[in-house]
Design a protein around this ligand. Structure first.
Ligand code: PRP
Ligand code: URA
Length: 214
């Protein structure tokens, strides 16, 4: 793992992550495999983003004896999926943190202006008490992520992380400027954006590839 000297940007470089990311990028990957890979990579990002959760000692009865064990303690978790593409990470993240409360932010990027347009927001009422993981696989200009983070903050969230499978330097800079306390977890920092605001080399349109649209 490395963040290019910025400890608020965590690049998860596990060999399985690199292998799966290559498959995710591949234009010949089927919709079904793309969905599976997106979930698996979301789980790896969640694994890293929850690395510092507090645990407390416990004891459990095995069928044979008493064993020392650990339980996650301390802060509660919230997960916020940015529609649509964040849905591709949600089930896999919830498999790891099943007691997390879940919120949804609906945003699409205007194709001409590249500005995010908000169309839905349903967030848990107690975000202030939770560590919040925002899921959006693509961090391109950063406009959508910055808007989603702002919407969470407006509902009280104070401790936020962003989980993005692929990030462009432009998007990282945007989030670092507008939300400097947010840690970004990503599988790769790509080269940049093309004239249409797509990440290069990227993986194309994540929502369309997840759901077979377009
Ligand atoms: C994609 C992606 C991000 C956004 C990233 O969403 O899922 O939310 O673009 O771009 P940005 O960093 O420049 O804002 P899109 O607008 O394609 O909507 P969709 O997920 O519903 O397809
Ligand atoms: N949204 C996507 O789905 N892909 C990109 O490359 C940029 C924005």
């Amino acid at each position: 793992m490395s963040g290019g000297g910025d400890d608020r940007v965590v690049v998860v470089g596990h060999p399985l992550v690199r292998h799966k990311l290559g498959l995710l990028r591949d234009r010949t990957t089927t919709t079904r495999d793309f969905r599976a890979l997106m979930g698996e990579l979301g789980a790896f990002l969640c694994y890293e983003a929850t690395r510092e959760l507090e645990v407390e000692p416990a004891r459990v009865e095995t069928p044979l004896a008493t064993a020392a064990a650990w339980r996650v303690s301390g802060k509660k978790l919230g997960v916020v999926a940015v529609l649509r593409a964040g849905m591709g990470m949600l089930d896999a993240v919830l498999a790891l943190v099943p007691v997390a409360r879940v919120g949804f932010v609906g945003l699409y990027r205007d194709e001409q202006t590249l500005q995010p347009v908000e169309y839905y927001c349903k967030l848990p009422g107690d975000l202030a008490e939770r560590d919040v993981l925002v899921l959006d696989p693509m961090l391109a200009t950063g406009g959508s992520a910055a808007a989603a983070l702002r919407m969470c903050r407006e509902r009280g969230a104070r401790r936020l992380s962003l989980l993005s499978v692929v990030a462009a330097p432009e998007g990282i800079a945007r989030v670092r400027t507008s939300h400097p306390d947010v840690t970004i977890y990503t599988c790769a920092v790509d080269d940049g954006l093309n004239a249409d605001g797509y990440i290069l080399p990227g993986l194309g349109d994540a929502g369309d590839r997840l759901y077979g649209t377009r």
